[in-house]
Ligand binder design. Structure first.
Ligand code: ATP
Ligand code: MG
Length: 492
């Protein structure tokens, strides 16, 4: 029986390709339903263009980010930044150092170091000899980098980028805006930073040489009170015989004994109380002592309104370096204790306990030399006068014969060579009973102050006869309660 031909070639024919396809084992063909819309999508020029643009954008963004992080990395690797806050003591030193005139000649230096934003700092000094009174002044103008970015040439090949910025935040204490100074150098030049700070410090030191900086409380911080003043010589303050030497000796001994205190774990603090009538040289002596020790003075007047317990405590914990703390009118704190309101509020002033705590409470600073002054020793509480708070109490009293003679020598020593003028002056003061003793029953025993003697001598510059003639003016004046006559404005 003949084999039956395939029923239909036509039906077999389409199978053949299917068999061949099956013979090459590849992934199953995508279903037409999944291929067709994507195809259509990509063949859509708008879509394809969009994708192209998006990928270009992504690539650009990636490139940019890579560039930024690359630059940042490079900056980190290649540059070194130092940020100095305005609160740091080195801030004014570095600014002053930046104000130094520099040699900016040369192609690169003259183009790179053009300062466009400048600030002027002016220093003035008297042309006359110190103490010669008001006279012409010499002004020194210096240009320093203002806010913004600058480049300065420190030395050939070494450039420093400076960024002086004023922050939008303000210091809680002073209400002044925060400020920072950032110095940027190439990494290989980083050793120059040490040089910069040493030079800046030395420059500041030179600037203050022969001067005493007085700090006072401005809001919650210490701030220099005016320009540094010329050092007052210790010899220009005339205290009674041996008094000055006694205090100076004690302070110097204390300064030399720091290790002793550290070894024993005792706070390195010493307190002095100078008391006595007004105009006897208490403040002048402390200022001169600071000058002699090359210290500054950190001054707080306790009778000032606005000095509160908190402020006092805070200021005492952050005393400027190498400074003598001077608390004037300490009796004010005791006064305030008595004058408490019914609700216990004393007003914005220091209280007794506030002063004691600031001096040696837990919050008290460690290293400190404190000088306290008062005209009213009788108002103080014994709690203040105990070791740790006050270690040495000295009365700086009315002018003695010794002081009057010493002051005379300072003012007229050169014209009164044989000292007879001095003798006559002292005799005159004795006649007036000004040394607290009198032989004449009609003349009361009284006292005068060294400030009054200074006033007399300054009035009679170079004229000792005039000083002797006017010695009567040293008699302390008493002011009677005024009887009001004439035009007095009073409420209706
Ligand atoms: N012992 C003194 N030697 C030299 N100058 C003096 C002396 N006492 C006072 N003077 C002069 O008198 C002025 C006032 O002195 P100072 O301010 O030091 O007095 P004080 O004792 O602190 O007075 P107060 O108790 O009122 O604060 C200064 O100009 C100072 O030069
Ligand atoms: Mg004083």
């Amino acid at each position: 029986m003949p084999t039956e031909p395939p029923t239909s070639l036509a039906t077999a024919a389409p199978v053949a390709p299917a068999t061949t396809t099956a013979s090459t084992p590849t992934t199953p063909p995508p279903t037409p339903s999944s291929i067709l819309p994507l195809d259509a999508l990509f063949s859509n020029p708008v879509f394809a263009g969009g994708i192209g643009l998006a990928s270009l954008g992504a690539a650009a963004a990636f490139g940019r980010r890579a560039l930024i992080s690359g630059t940042a990395l490079l900056r980190r690797q290649m540059l070194v930044n130092v940020e100095i806050s305005k609160r740091d003591p080195s801030y004014p030193w570095v600014l002053q150092w930046l104000a130094q005139p520099r040699d900016n000649t040369g192609f690169l230096a003259s183009r790179l170091t053009r300062l466009r934003n400048l600030a002027l700092s002016t220093t003035t000094k008297s042309i006359n000899a110190p103490g010669a009174g008001e006279g012409p002044t010499h002004a020194d103008f210096r240009v320093q980098p203002g806010y913004g970015r600058h480049i300065i040439r420190h030395k050939p090949g070494v450039y420093i980028a400076v960024n002086r910025e004023k922050a939008s935040t303000t210091s809680t204490g002073t209400g002044e805006p925060h400020e920072t100074l950032t110095l940027t150098l190439l990494w290989p030049h980083r050793h120059v930073l040490g040089e910069v700070f040493t030079e800046a410090h030395a420059l500041a030191h030179r600037f203050n040489e022969g001067k005493t900086v007085v700090y006072c409380a401005r809001r919650m911080e210490w701030a220099p009170l005016g320009k540094p003043r010329l050092k007052r010589k210790l010899g220009s303050v005339i205290l009674d015989e041996g008094v000055k030497e006694n205090i100076v000796g004690d302070v110097k001994e204390f300064l030399a004994a720091q290790q002793w205190y550290t070894d024993r774990g005792v706070p390195y603090r010493r307190g002095y109380l100078l008391y006595g009538p007004p105009g006897t040289g208490k403040t002048s002596f402390i200022q001169a002592l600071a000058g002699d020790l090359d210290y500054s003075v950190a001054l707080i007047n306790l009778s000032e309104v606005g000095i509160t317990d908190d402020l006092l405590a805070q200021l005492l914990t952050q005393l400027p370096e190498k400074s003598l703390l001077l608390l004037e009118d300490v009796d004010a704190a005791f006064q305030n204790r008595r004058q408490r309101d019914a609700d216990g509020y004393t007003g914005p002033t220091v209280t007794f306990s506030g002063l004691l705590n600031a001096l040696d409470g837990l919050a008290a600073g460690e290293d400190r030399i404190a000088f306290m002054t008062t005209n009213h020793i009788d108002r103080l509480d014994p709690a203040l006068i105990r070791p740790g708070r006050v270690d040495m109490m000295v009365r700086i009293g009315e002018a003695t014969r010794y002081q009057a003679a010493e002051m005379w020598k300072r003012y007229y020593g050169d014209i009164d060579e044989d000292g007879t003028g001095c003798q006559r002056f002292l005799t005159r003061l004795e006649e007036l009973g000004l040394f607290g003793q009198t032989e004449d029953p009609d003349v009361p025993a009284r006292h005068t102050s060294t400030a009054a003697i200074q006033g007399l001598f300054q009035f009679n510059k170079g004229d000792m006869e005039g000083a002797i003639k006017m010695a009567e003016g040293l008699i302390p004046r008493t002011f009677e309660p005024e009887v009001q006559t004439g035009a007095v404005k009073s409420p209706a």
